[in-house]
Design a protein around this ligand. Structure first.
Ligand code: F3S
Length: 393
């Protein structure tokens, strides 16, 4: 790989051991994927912040980096951790777990990362179209590539952190225009009735697409929050890191070459629903995977208007989004819902509440919750989730 003079100095350790370690990780990754150079990045987004999912190994690694004097050299945001202030009490977590989680977040801060603690960092620091990024968190990656027109590979936590420190990432994969062309043409033969049908379609497309960029035909006028969930579902169904919509941006550069084709009808969604959803009365309801936008919070507030929740309803979002719509947040909490920040049901310790079945509109949450928390999931649209939250079992 070609390295500039300054990059060579960094790799040789002349600029400190922290930067040297970051450069080693990036050069190794670049060699593995045949990158010819490193690219400067505008931002990094780092996952691996919930102590529940990364444990003590991550703490040890971050402590070493801090000791080596490593610091983020570009704006770098952080994914959700395991609790917010209120959940810490509600979940009644052991002191050592609380201390370990707080230590983990503090270490990221010491490394110069921002305490955004959200999977939707783009609502706070929106990347420019065409900018190169190094983002972990698959739902954010697919949104950045497909909705914002930025360029990022689907990084792991260590490579995103190394990129944050070095301010660079290897030039391969979705940083290269030739890899941002569609490889699968998906004809959608039905009009999704709600976001759940759309997101189940996304999960199915993710299962089929492999690492190809799917181009979806037949979907029109989707609001931002539905696109966010569509991408998140594709990324959890498979390895999708970018999709295109017919007539949308980004778009194919030239005429479409002969593409593999997939036709999807409403009946094809039943496999996804059977795989991810269990019947039964939920013990709680969760929306906000990925974290809610302001638009979603206002929409849920309208759906809940004049009603009271009868079951726990957690609505997860970021501090930034919560602060942007105080009236909606007040209305939601007045209805009995809990507007949760910094975390989500998936990366928190929801099993400590004795919950067996969670209702959610997110196929991504449905995919991860059983394995991470031993909790079953009932998939329901946002409207149905509100109904469930407002009804007694
Ligand atoms: Fe975000 Fe948690 Fe879903 S981190 S994408 S809300 S699993």
């Amino acid at each position: 790989m070609y390295l500039s003079r300054e990059e060579e100095r960094a790799l040789d350790g002349e600029l400190g051991p922290g930067l040297q370690l970051a450069m080693r990780i990036l050069v190794k990754l670049g060699d593995l994927f045949g990158a010819e150079r490193l690219l400067p990045i505008r931002s990094a987004h780092v996952s691996g912040v919930s102590y529940k999912t990364v444990g003590d190994v991550a703490i040890g690694f971050l402590e070493e980096l801090v000791e080596m004097g490593a610091r983020a050299s570009v704006p770098a945001t952080t994914n959700p951790c395991g609790f917010d202030e209120r959940l810490k009490a509600i979940l009644d977590l052991p002191d050592e777990v609380v201390a370990a989680q707080e230590r983990l977040v503090d270490l990221y801060s010491e490394l110069g990362l921002l305490r955004t603690l959200t999977c939707v960092p783009y609502y706070q620091l929106r990347p420019e179209e065409g900018s190169h990024l190094a983002w972990a968190e698959s739902s954010a990656v697919v949104y950045a590539n497909s909705v914002l027109g930025a360029l990022t590979n689907r990084e792991g936590s260590p490579s995103a952190l190394a990129a944050a420190i070095a301010g660079r990432t290897p030039d391969y994969g979705l940083h290269r225009p030739e890899n941002r062309e569609p490889g699968l043409l998906v004809d959608v033969l039905f009009n999704p009735r709600d976001e759940l049908e759309l997101w189940a379609l996304g999960f199915l497309v993710g299962q089929v697409a492999g690492d190809a960029v799917p181009l979806l035909r037949g979907l029109r006028g989707l609001p931002d929050w539905e696109l966010k969930g569509l991408g998140a579902s594709m990324a959890s169904g498979g390895m999708t890191a970018m999709f295109m919509l017919e007539g949308g941006r980004p778009r194919p550069r030239g005429p479409l070459r002969e593409l593999e084709k997939l036709q999807v009808g409403r009946e094809d969604l039943s496999d996804v629903m059977d795989k991810l959803s269990s019947p039964g009365e939920p013990d709680m309801v969760f929306v906000g995977c990925p974290h809610c936008s302001r638009e979603e919070l206002e929409l849920i507030a309208r759906l809940l208007k004049g009603r009271r929740t009868e079951r726990p309803l957690w609505i997860c979002t970021s501090r930034h989004v919560r602060a942007s719509c105080p009236e909606a947040v007040r209305a939601l909490e007045a209805s009995g819902a809990l507007v949760v920040v910094d975390t989500c049901v998936v990366v928190s310790w929801v099993e400590r509440l004795g919950v067996d079945l969670v209702a959610t509109n997110s196929p991504k949450a449905a995919y991860y919750l059983p394995g991470l928390s031993g909790v079953q999931v009932r998939l329901a649209s946002l409207g149905e989730c509100v109904e469930l939250a407002c009804s007694r079992s």
